[in-house]
Design a protein around this ligand. Structure first.
Ligand SMILES: Cc1cc2nc3c(=O)[nH]c(=O)nc-3n(C[C@H](O)[C@H](O)[C@H](O)COP(=O)(O)OP(=O)(O)OC[C@H]3O[C@@H](n4cnc5c(N)ncnc54)[C@H](O)[C@@H]3O)c2cc1C
Length: 386
């Protein structure tokens, strides 16, 4: 039997930072990680360079049943706090776009940094830990292989269910249920969308074609790149909109953001399909321009018909058949209901000493470093409270 002040389940972004914060305050911390190595998702994040935060982080960049929940933690552990840690370890980084900070070299540097901070804070890391039972009497007990760990506080940082190939499981949700906590239904988010068969037939051979759009779902709109895939649509604009998209609902795509696409057609002496294609090619890749005209041609060359053609270009309504699912989703939306947790500490209201942090909680960030910022911020909130 091993006694600690805190047991952290999960050695991803959130679990590691929480263990560090608690360890630095003199708490005896053990962190149990199921995989053979910690931080696997950090390693593949941001294309191997880890988009570790976003300078523009604000509560509006997060989805949750309770949009106010994340505010307190985000205000108390800001991008500047994580940047200070990165700089302390001499990791060079750059802003790619829109406040997104990436490592210059490799995501591995973030893992090495967290490992070294864990050593400094005397955190005991147990990898390859197969947890068979979690119980609660006067303290929490976690049975793991032949060992039993005990502590008055338990932090669950086991992440979501996206990318099951990397070992993601619903362990955190099961544990929440075991302790009687409500779960907001989970769904894949930041995920490519799949066309209905008819649209797939029309557009799948455009796979690889990308263009600047505004993609809207629910009440949210994102101006970024959209990418055609063999099965549907992807690219940052679609990934962002996918988090707001719900099964059966339409997705709206403005293919000509901020432009009057028909201006050149109207000005032309003779209005023809060739003139229209040339006009569209000014802002759409040629294959897409040609395909658009094939399936959405102006009904006539009158001003009224061109008005309708213009409107459709700005509001292409796609009804996706679904998403590419958790296999391709960057994150899991939904999760442990924030109504169950204190927004200051992430502690369960029903079960004192039990905390949930990171992706397992019903807080999901936009694309661009926000999910890591939530992991760090919720981790710090719990790590400073235990
Ligand atoms: C391909 C990809 C790229 C991404 N890129 C970015 C990016 O650049 N920027 C960004 O902000 N976000 C990015 N994300 C999202 C980000 O990785 C997650 O939001 C973040 O890792 C969540 O941190 P977490 O600690 O809550 O969960 P995780 O990082 O998933 O960590 C959970 C840990 O718990 C462990 N675990 C699971 N079950 C158990 C169990 N039963 N017992 C013990 N341990 C267990 C897992 O093995 C894992 O190590 C990306 C996601 C993916 C899939």
């Amino acid at each position: 039997m091993h006694n600690f002040d805190l047991i952290v389940l999960g050695g991803g972004a959130a679990g590691l930072l929480c263990a560090i914060e608690a360890g630095k305050r003199g708490r005896r911390v053990v962190l149990l990680e199921r995989a053979e190595k910690i931080g696997k998702k950090i390693l593949i994040s941001g294309g191997g360079r880890c988009n570790f935060t976003n300078l523009q982080t604000q509560p509006k960049h997060f989805l949750s049943e309770n949009p106010h929940f994340a505010k307190s933690a985000l205000a108390r552990y800001t991008p500047a706090d994580f940047i200070a840690l990165v700089e302390k370890h001499g990791i060079s980084y750059h802003e790619k776009t829109l406040g997104q900070l990436f490592c210059d070299r490799s995501a591995m540097e973030i893992i090495t940094m967290l490992e070294s901070e864990c050593r400094y804070a005397n955190v005991k890391i147990v990898a390859d830990a197969k947890i068979s039972e979690v119980g609660r009497g006067t303290t929490f007990t976690v049975r793991c292989d032949a060992t039993e760990y005990r502590a008055p506080a338990l932090v669950v940082a086991t992440g979501g269910i996206s990318i099951p190939k990397m070992g993601a499981t619903g362990f955190g949700y099961d544990l929440a249920r075991q302790f009687g906590l409500n779960i907001v239904k989970t769904r894949p988010a930041l995920v490519p969308l799949v066309f209905h068969p008819a649209d797939r037939k029309r557009y799948s051979d455009l796979a690889g074609v990308s263009t600047d759009v505004i993609a809207s779902a629910g009440n949210s709109a994102f101006r970024e790149k959209m990418l055609f895939t063999h099965r549907g649509l992807s690219g940052p604009a679609i990934l962002q909109a996918s988090s707001y998209w719900r099964e059966g609902e339409p997705l709206q795509i403005d293919l000509a953001p901020g432009r009057e696409a028909t201006e050149k057609i109207r000005e032309a002496g003779t209005r023809t399909a060739a003139v229209a294609e040339k006009a569209l090619r000014e802002f759409l890749p040629s294959r897409l321009a040609e395909r658009w005209l094939k399936f959405h041609p102006p009904k006539a060359w009158t001003n009224i018909a061109l008005d309708a053609f213009e409107r459709e270009l700005h509001a292409w309504t796609v009804r996706p058949a679904g998403t590419e699912g958790y296999e391709k989703a960057e994150v899991t939306a939904g999760g442990v209901d924030t109504a169950e947790l204190s927004s200051k500490t992430m502690e369960s209201r029903k079960v004192p000493g039990l905390f949930f942090i990171g992706e397992v909680v019903d807080v999901t960030g936009h694309l661009g470093g926000f999910n890591f910022q939530w992991a760090w911020a919720s981790a710090a909130a719990a790590g400073r409270a235990v």
